[in-house]
Structure formats: structure tokens, C-alpha cells
Design a protein around this ligand. Structure first.
Ligand SMILES: Nc1ncnc2c1ncn2[C@@H]1O[C@H](COP(=O)(O)OP(=O)(O)OP(=O)(O)O)[C@@H](O)[C@H]1O
Ligand SMILES: [Mg+2]
Length: 369
């Protein structure tokens, strides 16, 4: 459905998109995830044909994008700036793509009402755009993009302006609509939850480049590099030294005074090299049974934050003070999430705890990848 081959775009001196390549099969849902300024919107605008790449090629349904002006393509779009007609009603905004395509009046009404209902705006069709809230306007834009049932949908942060509850409902709703219509979708966001919830596939971008292209579970469970590990989820990074790398991808690292086994696939560094180890906050556990070979370190509770579904602990690890270059000997801070808080009372600041993790939950990356 969509193919990008080594697409680059420069704005003056700034390389906004750097050799981006991917292919998207019909009917799938891709999310491009990345921090502000990473080039997400630029990629989408090039696919839409609003701007041309400096290098590389883009094809939609096997046709080069450059051959057709944007309006000639059957692409539904919702962009960061909504571009609704402010003086028209919600109904007329949604009806616009159908009128332009010459639909008969009688069919337009039914179709538009159906899509207004889909985005939960039934009954609000006659309101002028200015008399709708930001979130309602956002949903008008979504209905307008879907109403002519395009086979490609480009979304640039369409849910960003919604409140959290509505945004999370709409993520599921969007996924449902997308599967129902079978519309190939490229969604752009910096919201990791949205990327994981909505997509078949996630491309993580940083500084114009693709850092990982994977299924949501793989992007989360096996991040390609330190950037991805830090961008998706909450991850603790600690400085360590590589002791040995085994043929099966297992690695041994020295962290403080201890040697731990960890996942080091594809590391390609010699023994003695400085590395960064990473453990996700929800994988640091207070309650793993003490076994002789259970990786763990002693920590001191600094702070406990109640977040409703979980407790967030900030802890110090004095045993790692030296490794972290901390001459005050208090050790680096780590974050640990506790979702099992009904099983025991929260530890108070000052409490000594044993923080354990499963071997496979420790990842290793080059020090500054
Ligand atoms: N028309 C333009 N002229 C000059 N620079 C631009 C232009 N459009 C984008 N850029 C620059 O290119 C880079 C990528 O911009 P882009 O809008 O693609 O980022 P983004 O990932 O969508 O960010 P955000 O999450 O903030 O929307 C940024 O550094 C931006 O300043
Ligand atoms: Mg953007």
C-alpha cells in the first residue's frame, strides 16, 4: 500500500528526515512514535504529497506519489492543525468530502450522521465549529477524514488535544473503526501508550532516523537501543562494565561489586568495555523469593508516590555509588513500580529493601548509543 525507500528531507542545514525506508501492507495500522522534532510530521507530509523528498522515493498503491497532486489521491487525513471550516456546521464539515465527490444529497445525510455517531457527536451536527470544544472539533476532523472511506488514512496526533479518559476511549474506538473499515493507517504520535494500544506496528524515530521498526510487544520487550528503551516505558539506566559475552547472546556485567548475567545480544563489545545496563521500573521487584542466584541489590527508599493503580518508589542504591562516579557514596537513584500494593503496606522513606529482578529483565546497551 505504501513504500518509502531511503527518503530524506532537509530544511536548510537541518536534516529533518534521514534515509527513512519502510513498507506497509494493506489494512495494517502503523504508528510512527518519536519525540518532538524527530521528523514524524515531515514523513507524513511527504506521504501526503504536500512536500517532496530531497532524496529517495515514495509510492502509494505502487504509484509514485510525485505524479499526483494531494487532492487527487484517496487519502483521509487528520493533521495537527485541523483545518476545519470554522463558519460551517459540524455536519457540513463532515459532508464536504462527499459533496466534492458529487454524492447525491439523500445519501450524504445518512452517511454523515453515521460518522458523527461513530465519533460520538450524534445530535451536534448543526453546531457551528466555533461552538464545539477542542476535543469535539478533533472528532469532527476524524469523521471528515473517514466519511468517504478512504483506503489510506494519515493521522498526525489526532487525539493529542483530548482529555485522558476520552483519549484512551478514542484509542480503542479508533482501533475498532480501523479494523472494521480495513483502512490502512499511518498514525503519528509522541504518546507511547497510544502507539502500543493502537498499532500492528511501531516505528520509533529520533533525529530523523528510524531507531526501531517492530510490533508493539517487541518494541517494548526488546528495544533495539538505549534510546528506544528510554522512550517506551520507564527505564533505569546504570553504568556497568562488560565482563564477558557468550555466543548465545548472554552477557556478564559488573555492576558495583557484583557480576550479573543479562541479555546482551548484538552488543559486539570487548570484555572490559563500559556499558549501560537497563531495567524497567516495573521489573524491579520487592517480592521475588530470595534464591542464591537471584540478581538483586540493597536499596534505600527515598520517596513513595501514590498513583492510584501503582506505587512509584524512588530508591537509592548505595552499593552502586562508586560505579556511578558518586563520591558522596549515596548511590544512583532508581525507580520501581509496585502494582501489588494491596498485598502489603507501602515501605516508608528510610526503609531498607532488597530490589530483585529476573535475569532476562536486565538489558545491556553500549554506553551512549
Ligand atoms: N517547513 C519547515 N521549515 C524548516 N524546518 C522545518 C520545517 N518543518 C519542519 N522543520 C524542522 O524539521 C524537524 C522535524 O519536524 P517535524 O515537524 O517533522 O517534527 P515532529 O516529529 O512532527 O515533531 P512534533 O512532535 O513536535 O510535531 C524539526 O526540527 C523542525 O523544526
Ligand atoms: Mg509533528
Amino acid at each position: 500500500m505504501v513504500r518509502l525507500e531511503r527518503v530524506s528531507k532537509r530544511f536548510g542545514e537541518h536534516l529533518a528526515v534521514d534515509q527513512v525506508s519502510f513498507e506497509l501492507a494493506q489494512g495494517s495500522f502503523l504508528t510512527i512514535l518519536g519525540p518532538s522534532g524527530s521528523g514524524k510530521t515531515t514523513v507524513l507530509r511527504m506521504i501526503a504529497g504536500f512536500i517532496a523528498p530531497d532524496a529517495g522515493s515514495i509510492a502509494i498503491r505502487g504509484q509514485p506519489v510525485t505524479d499526483q497532486p494531494p487532492y487527487a489521491r484517496a487519502i483521509g487525513m487528520v493533521f495537527q492543525k485541523l483545518a476545519l471550516f470554522p463558519h460551517l456546521s459540524a455536519f457540513e464539515n463532515v459532508a464536504y468530502p462527499l459533496r466534492r465527490r458529487g454524492w447525491p444529497r439523500s445519501e450524504i445525510a445518512e452517511r454523515v450522521e453515521g460518522y458523527l455517531a461513530l465519533v460520538r457527536l450524534a445530535g451536534l451536527g448543526q453546531r457551528p465549529i466555533q461552538a464545539l470544544s477542542g476535543g469535539q472539533q478533533q472528532r469532527v476532523a476524524i469523521a471528515r477524514a473517514l466519511v468517504f472511506e478512504p483506503d489510506l488514512l494519515l493521522l498526525d496526533e489526532p487525539l493529542a488535544a483530548l482529555d485522558r479518559k476520552l483519549r484512551e476511549d478514542m484509542q480503542l474506538e479508533f482501533r475498532r473503526i480501523q479494523q472494521e473499515l480495513g483502512v490502512t493507517t499511518i498514525n503519528v504520535t509522541h504518546d507511547q501508550r497510544e502507539a502500543l494500544v493502537m498499532s500492528d506496528r511501531v516505528i520509533v524515530m529520533d533525529h530523523g532516523r528510524i531507531r526501531q521498526d517492530a510490533a508493539p510487544a517487541a518494541a517494548y520487550g526488546a528495544p533495539a537501543d538505549r534510546f528506544v528503551a528510554g522512550f517506551i516505558g520507564v527505564t533505569n539506566f546504570l553504568p556497568a562494565t562488560l565482563v564477558a559475552l557468550e555466543a548465545d547472546g548472554q552477557a556478564f556485567v559488573r555492576l558495583g561489586g557484583q557480576v550479573f548475567k543479562a541479555r546482551g545480544a548484538g552488543l559486539g563489545l570487548p570484555p572490559g568495555a563500559p556499558v549501560t545496563v537497563a531495567i524497567r521500573a516495573e521489573r524491579l521487584r520487592f517480592d521475588l523469593p530470595a534464591q542464591p542466584d537471584q540478581p538483586a541489590f540493597d536499596a534505600l527508599v527515598q520517596e513513595v508516590i501514590f498513583e492510584g493503580d501503582r506505587l512509584v518508589y524512588r530508591l537509592q542504591v548505595p552499593g552502586l555509588a562508586e560505579a556511578a562516579g558518586d563520591t558522596g557514596q549515596v548511590g544512583p537513584s532508581v525507580l520501581a513500580f509496585d502494582y501489588a500494593r494491596d498485598r502489603q503496606a507501602p515501605r516508608q522513606p528510610g526503609a531498607q529493601v532488597r530490589l530483585a529482578w529476573r535475569r532476562e529483565d536486565m538489558m545491556i546497551f553500549p554506553p551512549d548509543a
